[in-house]
Design a protein around this ligand. Structure first.
Ligand code: PLP
Length: 404
């Protein structure tokens, strides 16, 4: 067979650019054009990486830790991750059951890459982090979104899980606290889901715990495996330092799981990226072994912003928002604006239209709910100052009053 006339592989036509990156690029472009845009798109902490972590990275450079490390990450870092799992989550993983990756995103992508056969189904509770369906498609899988209703606190119910499982189900992806809704699963709900999963041994479970420490309800994030240790040999735990330690740019994530999957991840990594940056690994080691004394203050700050944002949003006719239990987003219901007419004669047909309207008339940038799988909603990041949140709400309120 001759090569295809398109130089771009067919698998690339299955996926689309990340809508958050697209919204971020559009916002940056408008800012360059001189528009005074309030950016509520961002999905990263607005704090600096704590100083001891930055210093540890500089010291690693000075010590000459600038060469390849083991593909799966340094033993010191994997030992620190192992200790973190035991200390914070009550989970026991030896360093040989852990791999360090270039961000949690890389860990999720590679885990799908090493396990999915064409047509395998991946159950993704919606609203979901935008990348899960595209990563599934990129690896020949079939995403199976399962809508979690606002009335159910945006959490997957055991009934919905049972209905979604088929003989082709390969994965369930559970993300708690959730991006974009902030929903955090209770121990009781995890136990109900575990009961369903125990009946279906072909289903693997991926837990994405990246927001575990950003909780507003004083609760600790309970892990599914603490509730049901019987799922251990088919669960992959994903985590990383990006959100907790404000280290999004350092690109360190990790996965822990059964030895065969970790070995496959190691092999794929050895033939693709090799080890994550040695300097970033040294920084992550400091992050996981030093006191997290910065965190209570950061969480209290997110909480103040969340409370102020909720108060202002819920006072705007047409918008409403439930209090998220964690993460740093408000998932705002904008159903009350659908069908309204704009001053230039258009009708707001969807949350995508609402986002464009608010960008145009309020100079506020957000992401629509559509790419997160449940509409009509707006995802508003609270990883920005309280003044920005207040200003954005004032501007949105004024723009919404102009609708007919
Ligand atoms: N998982 C979720 C739910 C996220 O929201 C994100 C980032 O936005 C990631 C994973 C990726 O994290 P990392 O920066 O470690 O790749």
């Amino acid at each position: 067979m001759p090569v295809s006339s398109s130089r771009i592989a067919a698998r690339m036509r299955r996926i689309k650019p990340s809508p958050t990156s697209a919204a971020q690029d559009r916002t940056a472009q408008l800012k360059r054009e001189g528009r005074d845009i309030i950016n509520l798109v961002v999905g990263e902490p607005d704090f600096d990486t704590p100083e001891p972590i930055r210093k540890a990275a500089c010291a690693a450079i000075e010590r000459g830790e600038t060469r390849y490390t083991q593909t799966s990450g340094t033993l010191a870092l994997r030992e620190a991750i192992s200790a973190k799992f035991e200390r914070e989550n009550g989970l026991k993983y030896s360093p040989s059951e852990i791999i360090v990756t270039c961000g949690a995103k890389h860990a999720i992508f590679n885990t799908l890459a090493v396990t999915l056969e064409a047509g395998d189904e991946v159950i993704i509770p919606a609203p979901y982090w935008v990348s899960y369906p595209d990563m599934t498609l990129a690896n020949d899988g079939t995403p199976v979104p399962v809508v979690c209703r606002e009335e159910d606190g945006f959490c997957l119910t055991p009934e919905a899980l049972e209905t979604a499982i088929t003989p082709r189900t390969r994965w369930l992806i559970l993300n708690s606290p959730n991006n974009p809704t902030g929903a955090a699963y209770s121990r009781e709900r995890l136990a109900e889901l575990a009961r369903v999963l125990m009946k279906h041994p072909q289903v693997l479970v991926m837990t994405d715990d990246i927001y575990e420490h950003i909780r507003f309800d004083g609760e600790q994030t309970t892990h599914l495996l603490v509730v049901e240790p019987g799922l251990r040999d088919r669960t992959v735990v994903i985590n990383g330092v990006s959100k907790t330690f404000a280290m999004t740019g350092w690109r360190i994530g990790y996965a822990a799981g059964p030895k065969d999957i970790i070995a496959a991840l190691d092999m794929l990594q050895s033939q693709s990226t090799s080890n994550p940056s040695s300097v970033s690994q040294a920084a992550a080691l400091a992050a996981l072994t030093q006191p997290m004394d910065f965190l209570p203050e950061w969480v209290a700050t997110y909480r103040r912003r969340r409370d102020r944002g909720l108060e202002l949003i819920n006072a705007i006719p047409g918008l409403s928002c439930r209090a998220p239990g964690g993460a740093f987003y408000l998932y705002v219901n904008c159903g009350g604006l659908i069908g309204k007419g704009t001053p230039d004669g258009a009708t707001l047909e969807s949350d995508l239209d609402v986002v464009m309207y608010l960008l145009e008339y309020a100079n506020v940038a957000m992401v629509a709910g559509t790419p997160y799988g449940v509409s009509p909603f707006l995802r508003m990041s609270i990883a920005t100052s309280e003044a920005n949140i207040e200003n954005a709400c004032l501007r949105m309120s004024a723009a919404i009053r102009k609708l007919k």
